[in-house]
Design a protein around this ligand. Structure first.
Ligand SMILES: *Cc1c(COP(=O)(O)O)cnc(C)c1O
Length: 395
């Protein structure tokens, strides 16, 4: 965490995006904080070495590059503090480790990012932490699942792949009544479209790999906490020293300057594509939080200020072979994981095999789309040709 106090928060978020975390006066006038590569920090005297009171003490504890990023991200998130870790999944792991110990119970949303689930089953369990999954649409009903040893509710809104918008404010209210902490994976909306701490979240994580980086060229995780959870988060981070690399933090700062503009464009592009898909006879349902048929759409309307460029569709029943014919010939959409970059992606998914607390019975095959910055007309032509291949494939 940086030693700089947050700048005035009376200004517009657009202005904050351009100015947060920058200290040209400390960088010989250069606009951006450069990449500081460093492990050892020298102390001027034995006394200083023992006291460890100087601003920088060791590379894992902070550098001007890390401070710029964390100071800006905490300000944008409305958080007491922020740490940067090497990936989004590392951010999930750090957040969960900050609020659990042997004997504790975690309540986890059933439509969570799959590797988070694996972290609970393969790792937390070994350390004596038990996990129960809850229906993402449970809202205040979470109260019935809270046990005496429950220490955290982990939410992700909207849910990975299936896009249920969760009532995080209602969940937080009930959780806090029972002294339970709330973590949210806020990667989809980012703090720009959903201010996590203002909505009751104690610890928020964002895969900086996605919209913060924005160019499919880095891996990063951001973790922020409110006043009551900041010390715990920072202490856990310090004992593990899972600090992000300096180049990645620099690229994240660079991405941050255009993040709001990119996110708004991603929203526009995503909506244009989602509306076009909704009108296609091959599409059964559009799972996009801005569409009424998306579970939790009303919650999205009330609590989010925008939608990003990632959503899913349920196709009308068609064979796997026909779906493969559609996807295999796409020229503009890439097939691959992650998202939030400038380029469009599409992946088939099936979350029915591992869900335990909520039903997932789609009418047909399901696809997740990330809409990039290509011309939407070209993207639509690419998908239309795919639908033609789909129809031409029998069996
Ligand atoms: C991608 C993603 C992560 C993990 O980010 P990585 O940097 O790829 O580890 C976590 N949560 C969500 C919702 C994601 O989409």
């Amino acid at each position: 965490m940086s030693s700089h106090p947050p700048k005035s928060n009376h200004r517009s978020i657009r202005t904050t995006m351009a100015h947060a975390g920058r200290h040209p006066d400390e960088q010989f006038g250069f606009v951006n904080t450069p990449i500081y590569r460093g492990s050892t920090v020298l102390y001027p005297s034995v006394d200083a070495l023992y006291k460890r009171e100087q601003r920088y003490t060791y590379g894992t504890k902070g550098t001007p590059t890390a401070d710029s990023l964390n100071e800006a991200w905490a300000e944008i998130s409305g958080a007491a503090g922020s740490v940067a870790v090497p990936s989004g999944l590392a951010a999930v792991a750090l957040a969960l480790m900050a609020v659990t110990k042997d004997g504790d119970h975690v309540l986890m949303t059933d439509s969570v990012y799959r590797p988070t689930r694996v972290f609970c089953e393969d790792f937390l369990k070994r350390y004596g932490v038990e996990t129960t999954y809850f229906d993402p649409m449970i809202g205040a009903g979470i109260e019935t699942l809270i046990k005496p040893n429950t220490t955290v509710v982990f939410t992700e809104s909207p849910g990975s792949q299936s896009f249920e918008v969760q009532d995080v404010p209602a969940i937080s209210k009930v959780a806090h009544k029972h002294g339970v902490s709330v973590i949210m994976d806020n990667t989809w909306a980012t703090p720009l479209f959903f201010p996590p701490h203002e909505k009751g979240v104690d610890i928020a994580i964002e895969a900086g790999t996605k919209y913060l980086g924005g160019h499919s060229d880095l891996l990063l995780g951001m973790v922020t906490a409110n006043e009551s959870h900041w010390k715990r988060l920072r202490d856990t981070y310090d004992v593990m020293a899972i600090c992000a690399g300096p180049e990645d933090m620099f690229l994240a700062l660079r991405g941050m300057r255009s993040m709001l503009l990119r996110l708004k464009e991603a929203e526009r592009q995503g909506l244009a594509m989602a509306h076009w898909l909704k009108a296609r006879p091959e599409v059964h349902t559009v799972l996009h939080p801005a569409f009424p048929e998306c579970p939790g759409h009303e919650i999205w309307k009330e609590h989010f200020s925008g939608s990003s460029g990632l959503f899913s569709i349920i196709l009308n029943p068609v064979s796997d072979k026909a779906v493969a014919a559609m996807l295999d010939g796409l020229e503009l959409f890439g097939m691959g994981y992650s998202w939030g970059g400038f380029e469009s992606l599409i992946v088939p998914f099936d979350c029915s095999t591992y869900r335990t607390a909520s039903t997932w019975n789609p009418a047909g095959p399901t696809l997740r789309l990330q809409i990039g910055f290509e011309d939407v007309v070209d993207l639509q032509a690419d998908l239309a040709a795919g639908f033609t291949r789909m129809h031409a494939t029998k069996g």
